[in-house]
Design a protein around this ligand. Structure first.
Ligand code: GLP
Length: 259
């Protein structure tokens, strides 16, 4: 794992967006794995600015979402497909075409079939080039909650109470409005991405960050599986990094790696 620690969320987003811009400069047909939640939003904003400035385009690329709620109305603003359309597609945000934004089909009559089809679609395209990730306060990535198999593929799952509490802020603070079921790429699917870029900002993520970076690899903290990935980069603000035992070393090493 490469661990970068920065002053604030804006600086993390700046580093993340430049990594993504470089990837698409090298290969405009790359496949971007896109996360939802609030953490990646500043990165998406910087990608939109880079697109406006003519430095970046997803016009020849593809994007695959990590997950989607099951049972959410198709026009609900918090449906992950709608969040990603707003951030990456609408008004020529990044050049990404609607048909090249792939999300699990949460309206399929059989979500298990939709999950299997989504896994097959990722495999058919040759996998994700770079997967953006956020992290839940319980250590989940995608919607892989504690106890999920470390090698699982895309599947139907259920949200933990803590995740529904955390996400209630997107649903008028009404936990009952937060769906209970989801389709998520599994940890095995996420691990098959060629590169991983995890972003975490804010004090509320400090414990999960400590556990996934410095704790044991364990299904109890699902993001800890990233310790087994050869090309995983973790970008943190000072608050999210505040529980790390080896923070000073990570800072020094990051500076040397960039030099
Ligand atoms: C959701 C998403 C995750 C996301 C996490 C953290 O549950 N399924 O992909 O990483 O929440 O969200 P936030 O970035 O808003 O803290």
């Amino acid at each position: 794992m490469k661990i970068g620690i920065f002053a604030d969320a804006q600086e993390c987003a700046s580093v993340a967006s430049e990594i993504i811009i470089d990837l698409f400069a090298d290969d405009p047909t790359s496949v971007l794995g896109v996360a939802t939640g609030s953490t990646p939003e500043p990165t998406y904003q910087m990608l939109r600015q880079a697109h406006q400035a003519g430095r970046f385009s997803l016009a020849k690329g593809q994007a695959f979402a990590l997950d989607e709620y099951v049972g959410i109305p198709s026009d609900h603003p918090e449906r992950y497909r709608n969040m990603l359309l707003r951030n990456l597609v609408e008004n020529d945000a990044t050049g990404l075409l609607d048909e090249n934004l792939h999300t699990p089909d949460s309206e399929h009559p059989d979500p298990q079939v939709a999950a299997a089809e989504y896994e097959a679609k990722i495999a058919a395209i040759g996998g994700v080039s770079l997967q953006i990730l956020g992290i839940g306060t319980d250590g989940h990535i995608g919607f892989n909650e504690p106890g999920t198999s470390l090698t699982e593929v895309t599947h139907v799952d259920y949200l933990m109470e803590q995740t529904r509490i955390d996400n209630a802020r997107f649903f008028d603070h009404q936990i009952d409005q937060v769906p209970t079921q989801c389709i998520t790429q599994g940890l095995g699917t996420i691990m098959s991405a060629k590169r991983i870029l995890l972003l975490a900002t804010g004090k509320q993520k400090a414990e999960a960050v400590k556990e996934i970076c410095e704790g044991s690899v364990s299904a109890f903290w699902p993001g800890s599986i990233l310790q087994m990935h050869r090309q995983a980069t973790v970008l943190l603000d000072e608050d999210a990094a505040s529980h790390l035992q080896l923070a000073d070393y990570y800072r020094q090493r990051w500076a040397l790696q960039q030099g």
